[in-house]
Write a protein that binds this ligand. Structure first.
Ligand SMILES: O=C(O)CCC(=O)C(=O)O
Ligand SMILES: [Fe+2]
Length: 316
C-alpha cells in the first residue's frame, strides 16, 4: 500500500490562530481556510497519510455498524463510541475491567494495518468512533494525546467528508499531557518513519536501555535541535503564530508520530466540518506496557481483551 509523505497541502499561516479561525472567513465567507494567499510548504516530518485506505463500500459497512450503536455525548459538540481500558491520565491509573474488545464490523480496518509498513507490530488497544456534526458546531480543541499510556503512533481513518487537522507548535509545560514520560521509553520509528527494529525485538530484554541512549531517543531533544527541526528554518519568535494545515481526505488513513505527535498540538476547527464527519481513532500502548516493559502484566491483560471482536447485533 502506497504511503504518501505529506509535504504538499500544508500551509504556514501568517497570523494567529484566532484570525485563522474567524476573521478571514467573515470577510470572505466563500473561501476555505486552506486557500491562504501566501502558502508556504512546510515539511512537518513524521506525518504520513495513505489516501483511499478504505473504499466507499467499506465506508458504508462501517457507518451502518457505527450508527446502529448508541453514541455517547463528548466535549465540544462531539459524540463518541469508546472501546479501550479506562484511563485516569492524571493519576496514571488504568483499568481493564469493562473493556471487551471491538465491534466485529470494524475488524477489517485493524486487519488492513498489517499491510502498512509504518504500522508494523501495531496492536490497537483503544478504538474510538468520533462524530463531528456541523449542526452542533463540533470541534476538538488543541491538544497532544496522552503520552503515559498511548504510544507513538496515533492513527485515524476518515469517513463521510474531507476535513483538516490543524497543528500548532506546543510551547507549554513538559508535565502536561504526560509529555515528560516520552524520554522514559524508546521511539518506535526513526525520523524518516522507518521502524527501529531493535526496539521492537521482544527477545532483546535490554531494548529500553539501548534505545533510550542519546542517539536514538528523546524526541523532544532530537526534534528541537537545529539540524532536525523544521521549526528552526523559520527562526520562530512567536511560535504560537504558526499553523500547519494537514488535509484529511475522506477514506484516508493518517498516522501521526514523532515530532508531529510530541511537539505540536493538533485540533479540528469547527470551520472544517461541513456537514457530518466521523473518524475512527486508534491508539497503541507505550513500550512500558509491552513485552519486557515495566507494566507488561497489565498491558498483556488489556492486549488479550483487545484481541476480541464482538457482534453488536447479538451483544448488548
Ligand atoms: O478528529 C480527529 O481527526 C482527531 C481526533 C483527536 O485528535 C483525538 O481524538 O485525540
Ligand atoms: Fe488527538
Amino acid at each position: 500500500m502506497a504511503l504518501l509523505q505529506l509535504t504538499e497541502g500544508m500551509r504556514l499561516c501568517p497570523g494567529p490562530v484566532k484570525a485563522a479561525r474567524g476573521d478571514e472567513r467573515q470577510e470572505n465567507p466563500g473561501t476555505r481556510l486552506m486557500t491562504w494567499k501566501m502558502p508556504i510548504c512546510l515539511l512537518v516530518p513524521n506525518k504520513v497519510l495513505s489516501e483511499n485506505f478504505i473504499s466507499p463500500a467499506e465506508e458504508n459497512t462501517l457507518m451502518e455498524g457505527i450508527d446502529e450503536i448508541p453514541w455517547d455525548k463528548s466535549q465540544s459538540g462531539r459524540r463518541k463510541q469508546n472501546y479501550g481500558p479506562k484511563c485516569n491520565f492524571k493519576k496514571k491509573n488504568m483499568k481493564a475491567i469493562g473493556f471487551t474488545g471491538f465491534p466485529v464490523f470494524s475488524k477489517f480496518i485493524q486487519d488492513k494495518f498489517t499491510y502498512v509498513d509504518i504500522l508494523k507490530n501495531y496492536q490497537t488497544i483503544e478504538q474510538c468512533s468520533l462524530e463531528y456534526d456541523a449542526d452542533r458546531g463540533a470541534s476538538i480543541d488543541p491538544h497532544i494525546d496522552d503520552c503515559w499510556v498511548w504510544g507513538e503512533r496515533i492513527v485515524t481513518v476518515n469517513l463521510l467528508e474531507d476535513s483538516v487537522l490543524t497543528f500548532t507548535p506546543y510551547c507549554g509545560e513538559i508535565s502536561r499531557y504526560n509529555l515528560s514520560d516520552v524520554v522514559l521509553y524508546p521511539p518506535v520509528l526513526d525520523k524518516n518513519g522507518h521502524i527501529i527494529q531493535e526496539c521492537t525485538n521482544a527477545e532483546n530484554s535490554h531494548f529500553i536501555q539501548e534505545c533510550t541512549n542519546a542517539e536514538n531517543s528523546h524526541f523532544i531533544q532530537e526534534c528541537t535541535n537545529a539540524e532536525n527541526s523544521h521549526l528552526n528554518i523559520y527562526n520562530l519568535q512567536d511560535q504560537e503564530e504558526i499553523v500547519v494545515r494537514v488535509p484529511m481526505p475522506r477514506y484516508s488513513l493518517l498516522v501521526m508520530f514523532g515530532c508531529a505527535r510530541y511537539l505540536w498540538e493538533h485540533c479540528v476547527l469547527r470551520e472544517d466540518i461541513t456537514k457530518r464527519r466521523v473518524c475512527l481513532a486508534y491508539r497503541e500502548f507505550t513500550p512500558v506496557y509491552l513485552n519486557g516493559g515495566q507494566f507488561e502484566k497489565i498491558g498483556q491483560e488489556i492486549i488479550d481483551r483487545a484481541q476480541q471482536f464482538w457482534n453488536h447485533k447479538t451483544v448488548s
